[in-house]
Design a protein around this ligand. Structure first.
Ligand SMILES: Cc1cc2nc3c(=O)[nH]c(=O)nc-3n(C[C@H](O)[C@H](O)[C@H](O)COP(=O)(O)OP(=O)(O)OC[C@H]3O[C@@H](n4cnc5c(N)ncnc54)[C@H](O)[C@@H]3O)c2cc1C
Length: 342
């Protein structure tokens, strides 16, 4: 029997969507299954693209390379889907102490960091209204990805082509043969699991994250902001604030503790009028060594997961790297190879 598709993907979060786009750009016929499960990460992600580990004021893993690939990828998608998805937005880091401000100054002298951070000051109406006794630094190469818009746009196109099924795939649904794999009436020589925290893959560590959406009337902030949590402006003085990190009870959904923690972060920042609009939670597919997890896990199966808290930055590089491995036989970087956990 000929295959109906060249590849099947399980999961339509950031990993599945970006991989689908990457494989389709190579001319592959791709079928996507997704079940919209409670706790999926991409639907609650704030969409911040930040190449700096703010806690330590160092570049995140392969920041420069990943940023270049991600920026080009999302801009290309914007053009293709005629939908605004990607926005370059500076990120202001309000220093909690004088020491943090001094460390920022020192780091700015390092060659890679000097291209990514500065001292501004950033002229933003909202930022100027916030207390900042030690000032702020600016991440220059940050941005915001409208993840939901991206997923919606791609799902609409895939659905119109009959290449998307809203369906949970269980182990019993997968029929493996020596040549490939079949799920219901779809078959392909390759199945890629992009099921995020829902697929138990060695090395994956699920991490719950919670955040809130608030209205801070009169703030007028336009840039991204970090001060204990990220503040992402969504227009009309509505802001998404997030997020927490919890390794226990990851599937519990939003908790009172998480809500209180996020409210506290906002109240320390802004003592004007504030209205709580929403409280949300999701589960990140983290990994034991904070690196993505890619590679073959069977004769006709592969995995792309472990995107952790930087999915938007990592996904395009991961999808390209995995595609070159699967289609062109290029070796996987041992740092991301799933084999390191098996
Ligand atoms: C609160 C929070 C805030 C975050 N903020 C940011 C941020 O600002 N910037 C950033 O870059 N990253 C952020 N992240 C991280 C980011 O969300 C993740 O790295 C990324 O979304 C992971 O994508 P994924 O596709 O691997 O997993 P998911 O988004 O969880 O997608 C997996 C998909 O697979 C589906 N699925 C699973 N099993 C099956 C099955 N058997 N059959 C069919 N479908 C299935 C699920 O329903 C889901 O749609 C945040 C995460 C959280 C939780």
């Amino acid at each position: 029997m000929p295959f109906t598709h060249d590849a099947i993907i399980i999961g339509h979060g950031l990993a599945g969507a970006v991989l689908c786009e990457t494989l389709a750009s190579r001319g592959l016929r791709v079928m996507v299954f997704d079940a919209a499960l409670e706790g999926r990460a991409s639907w609650v992600a704030a969409g911040v693209v930040n190449p700096i580990v703010l806690r330590r004021t160092v570049p995140s893993w392969r920041a420069s390379e990943l940023l270049a690939i991600a920026g080009a990828f999302y801009r290309e998608m914007e053009l293709d889907y005629e939908t605004e998805l990607w926005k370059s937005l500076p990120l202001a880091e309000i220093f909690p102490t004088a020491q943090e401000a001094a460390i920022w100054q020192l780091r700015m002298r390092e060659p890679e960091m000097s291209r990514m951070i500065g001292t501004g000051p950033l002229h933003d109406d909202g930022l100027e209204k916030l207390p900042q006794p030690y000032g702020h630094g600016v991440v220059l190469r940050s941005g915001w990805l409208n993840i939901r818009a991206m997923l919606d746009a791609q799902r609409a196109r895939l659905s119109a082509d009959g290449s998307f099924a809203q369906q949970r795939v269980s182990e019993e649904d997968m029929r493996r043969s020596p040549d490939g794999i079949a799920i219901h009436d779809c078959s392909a020589p390759l199945l890629i699991h992009c099921a995020g925290p829902f697929k138990q893959v060695p090395g994956v560590v699920p991490v719950r994250g919670e955040g809130i959406t608030v209205r801070m009337r009169g703030l007028g902030l336009n840039c991204l902001l970090h001060r204990g949590a990220f503040v992402v402006p969504r227009g009309d003085d509505v802001y998404r604030i997030g997020s927490t990190f919890a390794w226990d009870d990851v599937w519990s959904g939003p908790t009172e503790e998480g809500r209180r923690l996020m409210m506290d972060r906002v109240q320390r920042l802004w003592n004007g009028e504030m209205e709580l609009l929403d409280h949300w939670a999701g589960v990140r597919p983290g990994s034991k060594d904070r690196r993505p997890i890619l590679g073959r896990i069977g004769a006709h199966e592969a995995v792309l997961t472990g995107l952790g808290s930087r999915g938007a930055l990592l996904a395009p590089w991961c999808a390209e790297h995995l595609t070159k491995h699967l289609l062109d036989g290029e070796p996987l970087d041992p740092e991301v190879d799933q084999a390191r956990f098996t």
